[in-house]
Write a protein that binds this ligand. Structure first.
Ligand code: 3PY
Ligand code: MG
Length: 256
């Protein structure tokens, strides 16, 4: 059965999960990466060119490979978060959660009452999970994961308050935006010492709250460093970066 009741449990299970990150607009790309040894696949509808329809098509293709699909929504687009969960996504990543109010809105749209105000209509999720409506209603809040992105000074300053919002399962650090914020707009340096200090602090706060710590890594080598620090989930590069890296390596070998 292509359901992922174990996804939140696996996230806290002690073995870091590595995810693919897809922004290219064809669902077959996410389906292809889902067949590689990633633990889950993220569909990036904030910065990727993949749209709503293609993402909704990708979700069952990822599930058919036995993997959870997670969708990053555009900034403030909480209504789409509900629709992706309805389609069977196992998690939502919401960018630029900078206030407690933002975090509450995310929880409201992604969790059923009494935690939130998610509206009923999870038809794709019912098909993928095989659950009866009542069973899905009772279990969905615990089977799906809502990540608040922390990627600004404002968010870092109130990380404990964000983590305390019921329905927020964890934090996903955006190291590129964080580096821009911390440098006052001087540069994008997601692996800088300043970013490292900030993410060590964030990681400690997430662990103290007993919630899930996730982060984006620009490369496999950086993902290894971040998982060694103790992040539960690390997204590696992107479909576009892997395509370009592969092309550069092939051409360099050909022209050597
Ligand atoms: C960031 O690093 O700012 C992200 O949003 C992850 O790509
Ligand atoms: Mg970002």
């Amino acid at each position: 059965m292509p359901t992922h009741p174990s996804f939140p449990k696996r996230l806290k299970g002690g073995t870091p999960l590595f995810t693919a990150w897809c922004g290219l607009p064809d669902p077959s790309i996410a389906a292809t990466l889902a067949r590689e040894d990633f633990d889950a696949v993220v569909l990036d509808t904030q910065h990727g060119s993949i749209d709503f329809a293609a993402s909704v098509q990708a979700i069952p293709l990822i599930a058919a490979a036995g993997k959870p699909a997670i969708v990053r929504i555009p900034v403030g687009d909480f209504a789409s978060a509900s629709r992706y969960l309805d389609a069977g996504a196992s998690g939502i990543i919401a960018p630029m959660i900078n206030t407690v109010e933002d975090a509450k809105r995310l929880a409201a749209f992604t969790k059923f009452p009494p935690v939130g105000e998610r509206s009923w209509g999870a038809y794709g999720a019912l098909a993928l999970t095989g659950l009866e409506p009542g069973e899905y209603l009772r279990t969905a809040n615990d089977l799906t994961v809502s990540f608040a992105m922390v990627e600004t000074r404002e968010a870092l300053a109130i990380i404990d308050d964000i983590l305390a919002v019921p329905g927020i399962d964890g934090v996903f650090i955006g190291p590129s935006d964080l580096s821009i914020a911390l440098s006052g707009g001087k540069g994008v340096e997601p692996t800088s010492a300043e970013v490292d200090r900030a993410l060590d602090h964030a990681l400690a706060r997430v662990k103290a709250a007993g919630k899930i710590a996730a982060i984006y890594a620009v490369s496999g080598a950086r993902a290894a460093e971040l998982s060694a620090k103790g992040f539960h989930m690390v997204s590696i590069g992107s479909d576009m970066s892997m395509l370009r890296t592969g092309a550069h390596a092939a051409l360099a070998a050909a022209r050597a």
